[in-house]
Design a protein around this ligand. Sequence first.
Ligand code: DGT
Ligand code: CA
Ligand code: CA
Length: 612
Amino acid sequence: MENIEIARRLEELADLLEIQGANPFRIRAYRNAIRTISGLTRPLAEVAAEEALTDLPGIGKDIGGYIGELLDTGRLSILDEVTAEVPRELATLTRLDGVGPKKARKLWKELDVTTPDELESAAREGRVAALPGFGKKSVEKILRAIEDFRKHQGRFLRAEAVQYLRPLLAHLEGVEAIHRLEVAGSYRRGRETVGDIDLLALVDDDGARAGVMEAFTTFPGVDRVEMSGDTRGSVVLTSGLPVDLRILGSDSYGAALHYFTGSKEHNVEIRKRGQKRGLRVSEYGVFEEEGKGGDGDGDRSGGNGTDGRSEGDGARGRDGDSDPRAGHRIAGATEEEVFGALDLPWIPPVLRENRGEIQAAEEGRLPSLVEAGQLRGDLHMHTTWSDGRDSVREMAQACRDRGYAYMAITDHSQAVTVARGLTPERLREQWGEIDEAREQVEGIHILRGCEVDILKDGSLDLPDEVLEELDIVLVAVHSHFELDQATMTKRILTALRHPLVDILVHPTGRLINRREPYPLDMEAVLQAALEHDVAVELNTNPRRLDLHDRHLFRARELGVPVVISTDAHRTAQLAYVDEGIHQAQRGWLEADHVLNTRDWDGMQAWLKRREG
Ligand code: DGT
Ligand code: CA
Ligand code: CA
């Protein structure tokens, strides 16, 4: 079991205990322990094998025991005891904005409300507003939170799914009969969230299928088996992540990989392209229409007719009465073969969203997508000076160890009090520490930066004379998300007009599955960024991924430089870039569109762009 999953279970436990009314000190201790676990860079299983879990800071006897039980059995018996008394759904309720454990308890005890649906009815009937501690405003907030919850229900952050999936993949990789194993679906397309996981296994020996399916369904991390057949099985992992497995032979493996990678919209276009050529594309392969080709006898005639029988719009290749495997198969073993049969080069999965990738492939202008390894520096990170966990020097060492040529220290400015933002005085003090780090950590250029808050009226949170002394100025919105679109857009445009601003960071403010973007005219923002020579950020924190792919695509079109940065609050988070890079690729970005692929000279030149 991975750390993140252990943390998630313990969090659920803490939520339910708190609703039950457990001792607040106990709850606080549990939450501290969960924070420790989330910050660990080593797997707990490894820690447990080498030392007592209680040696870790903040891990007491209780939690140590729970972790041990989870590692050994995958279960948590105390959670079963608590859920016998407190309905488990209440933990979901506490995640709604505006409903904490105390309110969840009240809703449950007073109104018998345990689910978002029940809460909505109760709120609409005025029963919630009548409870002490719940005014009209808080009811409105709750209703909005329920709406947001519905939109995202059941979707996992890809970065989380990666971790939930890893042990299962390791398990299946040990199964000898599987020659190839791939994750298809939205996961392979690098989408920020995934609904379920689509696994494909290549098994040549038909006799081995049952054993493979059994290895899948009996994996210890499986919570329940939804179905288990000859070639297809469906399970739900203990994390709640649903996983499908399909078993395929080598003739159709590539076709299935293409089909189940999707997107559905891309598949529909590919099928249409096949039809124009007299070919039928399905998850089993590319086939010449019946009557046009023999069945494996080498009689291949035609292949470019356009009559074609209707294939519908992409229903699983089984529309009408036609057998999806009928006809002469001309491709299917690999994806290259499938695309090749349609006179196309292989298209990277991140582009398969029917946003012009087929035409670009046809015309030989598929982008050469930016890779994480091409980044030469990270320009957004926090330290213990504001809300980060590691020191300037630790961040610098970690950046250097990643092979970066440069980096920027960008703690918050004073208005962001919850993050202990810096006043001009404290910022100046920090520069002393940056100077020391410059001497101590060789081989990397450390820029003095700041994530300067954009105030409500669009002015900046630090005086110009301070900004002038910074090497790089990031600006961001952290408050007044409630402004309407016109006011919010004006606010940001005002900030972009400031002549000392370099990068607009996490431009939409969204938190995936938690907070919608604030209303913003992004076209106007990108146009202004272009006009004022300001770069926009792709923040690779898995909850942010802000800007997202469509806006990145537009930035590329306009020629607005993009910076890919992690916003790391601890050294381990510098690795966020490895996941977040998918979003850049989904926006069709190439190295040239990304500012921090430049070497140090190139970066310096950009920072001096307004001089002289
Ligand atoms: P998800 O799981 O909601 O994050 O998104 P996907 O894209 O992984 O979708 P999923 O798991 O329902 O199906 C996997 C792929 O299978 C999908 O991307 C394309 C293909 N597929 C599924 N249903 C259809 C369909 O009705 N027509 C076509 N052409 N393809 C389909
Ligand atoms: Ca899927
Ligand atoms: Ca699926």
